[in-house]
Design a protein around this ligand. Sequence first.
Ligand code: HDE
Length: 739
Amino acid sequence: MEKKDKKQVTPPDTSSIPFNENTKDIQLEHFREEGAGQFMTSDQGVRLNDVDNSLTAGDRGPTLMEDFLFRERMTHLDHESIPERVVHARGSGAHGYFQPYESMAEFTKAKFLQDPNVRTPVFVRFSTVVGSRGSADTVRDVRGFATKFYTEDGNFDLVGNNMAPFFIQDGIKFPDLVHAIKPMPDNEIPQASAAHDTFWDFASLMPETAHMLMWVLSDRALPRSFRMMEGFGVHTFKWINKAGKAFFVKYHWRPLLGVHSLVFDEALKLAGKDPDWLRRDLWEAIEMGNYPEYELCVQLVDEKDEHKFDFDLLDATKIIPEELVPLRKVGKMVLNRNPDNFFAETEQVAFHPGHVVAGIDVTNDPLLQARLFSYLDTQINRFNSSNFNEVPINRPVCPVHNFNGAGFMKQTINKGKVNYFPNSINNGHPKMASEEENGYIHHQEKVDGHKIRKRSKSFEDHFSQAKLFWNSMSKVEQKHIVEALHFELGKVERKEIRQRMVNDILNNISHELATLVAKGIGVSAPDGAIMGSVKDLTESTKDKVVNAVTPGTTIQDSPALSQERNKKPNGIKTRQVAILIDEGYDYDQVMALKDVLKQQGAQTKIVSMFLGMLKSADGREMEVDKSHITTASVMYDAIYIPGGEKSVKAMKEQGDVKHFINEAFKHAKPIAAAAEAIELLEMSEMKGVDFSKDESVKESMGVVTLSKGDWSSLATEFVAAIAQHRFWEREAGKAEVAA
Ligand code: HDE
């Protein structure tokens, strides 16, 4: 049982950055227009008099060809969309800023990382990968985490994911991967899901996917919120300092609210109840001033240590375990403004891993090299023009002077007679920048070899890190991976694919995993472990933190990979709590918890059968926020049911209330009840919970109750339970994994 000490609830370590008088806030002055108080005009600025009626010949006659106003309006509608992104089509964006904690000059000359008093504007787009633009937010999938830094030295794009490795090693396999995971080519089924024959056929034949599969099958594929999700740059990049010294660098984004996930059943239900779950959560948090915050951290490796690892730093299916190279904090990103226009900003933002600034360079990772081609190419397809960089959301904050501009949708009007270089007519301007003037200079690297089409030998090991991931999970997380495979492979119609996944992929990761999965998907369990069982490892190294390991060491357990084992006391800020009541509720019991939850930064919603004002037992009134039909337990992190004889009696007859409670319990969420409301819980399906009553507050498997006495003690215990997020002991017994 993984039980944390509940009393240790302290606010998150926000490592705040003071906004002192010297702070320079670089402004993103993009062209924004508001229609308030203005006349409506045509595209040419002509004031309009009637946009309700077409120009017709007579009262009931045909529309005239000459109706240029109608044609202008209709043409715009007909052309209102651009091709959706082939992957990462569904996304949500936000503006904010990034500020370093200290100068990184020792490692990079990138200007935005030099001065802790400079705030650089950013735009972030979070996305799902597989589904189309209208698909649901909560599906099992990788999430994109792409950040555009508008630095004084030009735009830097950090185009990452919420998972640290990737499926494949060489970009030439990307079209196959995308085709396999996208819906089937004949019937376009299923939408936004990997659970079909083509994806698992491909995966079962491609052992290099093994490590990433573990991540995608883990709880990380079901983030509770974009605000509670890690980000990773995936590839190894390079930083170069003023002296020309290079360091290998891996990027990590750490959310200050901690990393939390949904359970799969909850994610499936949310996809129907609120397909915009993650988008709405991000938008509303920013509107309410609860700005999402992430710390940028890096793992830095000296160039001379490149070959000291038992994997290749250029292989994007590998991570550098944090126990080998610890994370170093660089600065903080705060997302504090919603976009004004979804299309103009979130849809039109164009990222590219090749958008780098002086002090940052790419490496020879073959996956990254392929991306350097693909992103420019895909933007040209989306915009039908190479001038996408002139669209406001993509424009740098620093001046742009070059001769690239002609072509579709040119925005800037460049003046002068010269559009070539070198020239003498314009005194050689615009001119080249020297290294001292922050001119971009690629880091020099000796490259010498034969032209070959062959994978490097150092890329051959596909299973060690998949094993490491499996070994590092808590028991509950391992159980979730097994259940995810029961679902994903259970949807595969061809038995030979299911069997191949078990024999050729899973059994190479863990014999135990392969056996548990085989049991649930109707195929035979493999005979024996091909590469040795991990059972002993799982038992012996679990919960031990391995520190200060030097490069070259092979590690068997990385607690940092586990969300559960790595959980920090992050408080309950922005958690959603439903308070279930009906007429005759106890007003004081509602307010006692509502006030404390609010103080701690959580949000409460009063839920009842119908909307409107609801009378308490002593005649005071309260407004209902959500009716049963408009909400569901899956939209909350926790629930509270106050007493009041009449209220509880009414709710005992309401199927929706019973379902609400049972579902929250099944999803391992904290539940609190006061006085008579405890009877409601006793009637529910809460196996194993201790309801024996006394006069002090009681917590049993995340169910917090108090029959009478001081309601503030109920509030304190409930806050501690919400901070724990989920109570996995309720899942025990369902499928004992790795036991
Ligand atoms: Fe992408 N990817 N990708 N990708 N990717 C795109 O570019 C591609 C990869 C990622 O919010 C596309 O503008 C190739 C890794 C994000 O606008 C496209 C390869 C990582 C986004 C493309 C990869 C990513 C994209 C589609 C393998 C994590 C959304 C639309 C060689 C480091 C950005 C677009 C946004 C989008 C190609 C692999 C992250 C087609 C060829 C690894 C977050 O260009």
